[in-house]
Write a protein that binds this ligand. Structure first.
Ligand code: GTP
Ligand code: MG
Length: 136
């Protein structure tokens, strides 16, 4: 089975959507939450996590948003969980995310889009090392 790194971003915690989002993940019978931590992310952690976006024009804003309050880091394990959580999350821009997806149902801003999910197996292993180093 695969494992993936999910972040419930500061907007999800602030809006009280943690239970709703986690229940959508838990509903998948063959997926299990295997680590979970509430934590306010600092600039150094975000630089590692979002290394691929360092040169993007929105990087500064993204770091300000992602460090604006507590997030919840979650490790989820199960069959096809990497692609599966991406599908549950929906497109990056919530205006393009389908109905029934987390972003499509609850978000409306490209930055404050509630959830991060690793985009491939290699990224998942890299991100798990950042957030749960003891589980690498
Ligand atoms: P993550 O799971 O968070 O990595 O989302 P993603 O893979 O769907 O999107 P991507 O990796 O391309 O971008 C990372 C995050 O940066 C997004 O989830 C948004 O929070 C933010 N972001 C992406 N594009 C934009 C943009 O054009 N403007 C702003 N302000 N933020 C953006
Ligand atoms: Mg991404």
């Amino acid at each position: 089975p695969q494992r993936t790194l999910v972040l419930l971003k500061p907007d999800a915690v602030a809006r009280g959507l943690v239970g709703e989002i986690l229940s959508r993940i838990e509903r998948k019978a063959h997926w299990r939450i295997t680590a979970l931590e509430l934590r306010t992310l600092d600039a150094a952690t975000l630089e590692q996590h979002y290394a691929e976006h360092l040169d993007k024009p929105f990087y500064g804003e993204l770091v300000d948003f992602m460090s604006s309050g507590p997030s919840i880091a979650v490790m989820v394990e199960g069959e096809s969980v990497v692609e599966g959580v991406r599908l549950l999350a929906g497109r990056t821009n919530p205006l393009q995310a389908g109905p029934g997806t987390i972003r499509g149902d609850y978000a409306s801003h490209v930055q404050e889009n509630l959830i991060h999910a690793s985009d491939c197996v290699d990224a998942a292993e890299r991100e798990i090392k950042i957030f749960f180093p003891g589980r690498a």
